[in-house]
Design a protein around this ligand. Structure first.
Ligand code: URP
Ligand code: ZN
Ligand code: ZN
Length: 456
């Protein structure tokens, strides 16, 4: 099928310009002025912005955690993603304790294959490091997995010596690791103190995970990375204190990539003091911080000191959150976000002049594509690239509400917020998958085998 998108404004990571876009089958064929193509279906996109399909490099779909499983699986999660303009996600395939990496990967393919409405790749989350697991690393690269995840907190956390060995092994193959930076041992102590003081409500959650706990872990992780001499990624950065550590490491010549998420830009710790059990919705790790932290992260985005904006979509219904009604440590950690990332970044980033359109494109498409080895197949609108395209209506006005969302959730963290802009139409590899904001093509997503990334 051939489409000519005529009269729109094409956004890239470097410029914003009027151009027509010609799509044929799965690929973009041409991007140029005043094209005529009689055999193509014509779509008038006058007044619309054309972005490369957005990439969300941090989702957790169908993840078994805290004695439950995330509310969104690949079916509901990827439908919600594409409805919001995200044409590719990278989810965290997870090696559970006692499993091989191959078993973890096979599990994730079973969860995702044939039921995804946007394209998907996997990072591999390593929970246990043994000589056998080390031997499996080359097989991961052959399988298209070039990025790895480690947690410095939770029961799946790895120790410093393991991080050191894993980074050394990944470096041999030119891969990259992203780490959840929080000091798990100290969190356990602070939790004990909160419990002893009888504070079992969600308001104890941020107290047990202060910014200093994130900053210490960032510092330790970057110390290890410096010893190994390898670039690394700090995922879901939440705090000014953590950012300072990154600035310092960069001043000392280290290459550090940073991801943040809309919740750390737009929400603050006030949510932990909402009445009743409402605050459980915001029990995420790292926790929400202060307005000053929000502003620090926005400034870092504007100055291009943060490289990507993902969501850390990890959704649990209010019923699931109730598991921690009498003990905040039993509330499953995480919140949804995959559906609303673009509209939030457009409304509160671009329209409030905190980031430019080109920066939005970099943060949500070009940079993740480069960092995670999918560029220029994805992340740009260039001849030869996958025809993943978002036709963005910049004037559409709406209000975020749970009843309109596709993610499998009974609440929306940003409920009631007025927003501007929407993904009016979305193409996934040349197939019109969203029309008038509605998903019209399901299960067209395919696994993306990734190469080694390079953002420099
Ligand atoms: O609370 C969160 N963020 N849950 C998802 C897992 C993680 O830490 O990335
Ligand atoms: Zn995390
Ligand atoms: Zn996560």
């Amino acid at each position: 099928m051939k489409y000519l998108l005529k009269g729109g404004t094409v956004v890239s990571g470097t410029d914003v310009r009027k151009a027509d876009v010609l799509i044929e089958d799965e690929k973009i064929v041409a991007v140029s002025d005043d094209m005529i193509q009689d055999d193509a279906a014509l779509i008038d996109v006058t007044g619309k912005l054309l972005f490369p399909g957005f990439i969300d490099a941090h989702t957790h779909f169908d993840l078994e955690v805290s004695g439950t499983v995330t509310a969104d699986n690949f079916d509901t999660g990827t439908k919600a993603a594409i409805a919001g303009g995200t044409t590719c996600i990278i989810d965290f395939a997870t090696q559970n304790k006692g499993e091989t990496l191959q078993e973890g990967l096979a599990n994730w393919h079973k969860k995702a294959d044939g039921r995804s409405s946007c394209d998907y790749g996997f990072h591999m989350a390593i929970s246990e490091w043994t000589p056998q697991v080390s031997d499996e690393i080359p097989e991961m690269f052959e399988a298209g997995i070039t990025s790895f995840k480690m947690y410095m907190t939770y029961s799946s956390r790895v120790r410093d010596w393991e991080i050191y060995q894993i980074l050394k092994r990944i470096k041999e193959y030119g891969g990259v690791a992203g780490v959840h930076c929080e000091n798990g041992e100290l969190i356990d102590e602070l939790i004990k103190e909160q419990k002893k003081a009888g504070n079992l409500s969600p308001s104890a959650h941020p107290v047990s995970r202060p910014s200093s706990i994130e900053a210490e872990a960032v510092n330790r992780f970057l110390t290890i990375a410096k010893l190994v001499d390898v670039p690394v990624i700090v995922v879901h950065l939440s705090s000014k204190e953590g950012f300072r550590e990154i600035e310092q490491a960069r001043e000392n010549g280290q290459r550090v990539y940073v991801e943040t998420c809309p919740q750390y830009l737009l929400m603050d710790e006030g949510r932990y003091y909402l009445p009743g059990f409402e605050s459980a919705k915001y029990v995420i790790s790292p926790p929400l911080r202060t307005k000053a932290d929000n502003e620090c992260l926005w400034k870092a985005l504007k100055e291009e000191q943060i490289d990507t904006v993902a969501t850390d979509h990890c959704s649990f219904t209010t019923g699931q959150k109730e598991m921690g009604k009498d003990d905040f440590t039993k509330i499953p950690n995480g919140m949804p976000g995959v559906e609303t990332r673009a509209v939030l970044m457009y409304t509160f980033g671009v329209l409030e002049d905190r980031i430019s359109l080109t920066q939005m494109c970099k943060l949500m498409a070009e940079n993740p594509a480069k960092l995670y080895g999918m560029y220029p197949q994805k992340g740009c609108l260039e001849p030869g690239s996958d025809a993943d395209l978002v036709i963005w209506d910049p004037n559409y006005e709406s209000r975020i509400t749970a009843k309109d969302q596709l993610q499998n959730m009974d609440y929306a963290p940003f409920e009631g917020l007025s927003v501007k802009g929407r993904a009016e139409k979305v193409f996934l590899r040349g197939v019109l998958s969203v029309e008038d904001g509605k998903v019209i093509k399901e299960n067209h997503g395919k696994y993306i085998s990734r190469k080694r990334g390079n953002l420099d």
